[in-house]
Design a protein around this ligand. Sequence first.
Ligand code: OGA
Ligand code: MN
Length: 274
Amino acid sequence: MLQALAITPTIGAEISGVDLTQALSQEAVAWISKQLLHYKVIFFRDQPIDTPQHLVFAKQFGELEVHPIQRKEGFPEVLVLHNDAERPPAGTAFWHSDVTWRPEPSLGSILIAKKVPEVGGDTLFANMEAAYADLDDITRVQVEGRRAIHAFEPLRQALIKRGASVEELAQYATDYPTVSHPIVRTHPVSGRKSIYVNGLFTLGIEGMSDTEAKPLLKKLFATADKPEHQCRFRWREHSIAFWDNRAAQHYATADYFPNERIMERVTVKGDRPF
Ligand code: OGA
Ligand code: MN
């Protein structure tokens, strides 16, 4: 029997009674979507799915994205996060929502652990609707109706490190110009408001000087820091996390260097934030 067991009162539930190596019924897919909406991140244990099964599972929730870098060979829709002694973990050790540099950022991400360190490399998730609800009145008024600027910049830095050519970098700049999204977004399904800026991709606020915007953004980023807004997931091999990028942020703890950790993500397309 399909069951969801909350892991904190605010965010996250472990789902049991489902075998993701098998085809799911329409009812099961609808039920999983409902849990995702409610808990913002859902976890599955002991699901030894291969890459084609990962893709089949994800496609039931929408069209899939192709990430411009970090693609798995032969599977453009799979993003690989591989860290070890040569590739120290770092890039995702910031609170963020995925691909907010896109005009239509992801609905959700489905991440599976392929190899995990004995200890460390937990992922934290924060409920950004709770963070919004918790905002003080002055800040709420300050951000009302405002839009923030999101950029591909951290990925550009990664490309530079990899030795990308000037031409390549120029092409990325053309393909992924900076975008703006409302600071407070409304969830397209639940209608609930959440804070939609993040310390990884958000660089500024439209119509505001940096001097004014930086401290405000700092305050907004820090709303994810409160333990009461969070849950923390300890991975095992074949664990899966499926999160709603429209309502939650996540943070990959970079504490396991020089050990190896391999994760694969399939990302479901979303719509334009409003
Ligand atoms: C991601 C990400 C977190 C992790 O896949 O988008 O941020 O724990 N990963 O690897
Ligand atoms: Mn991420």
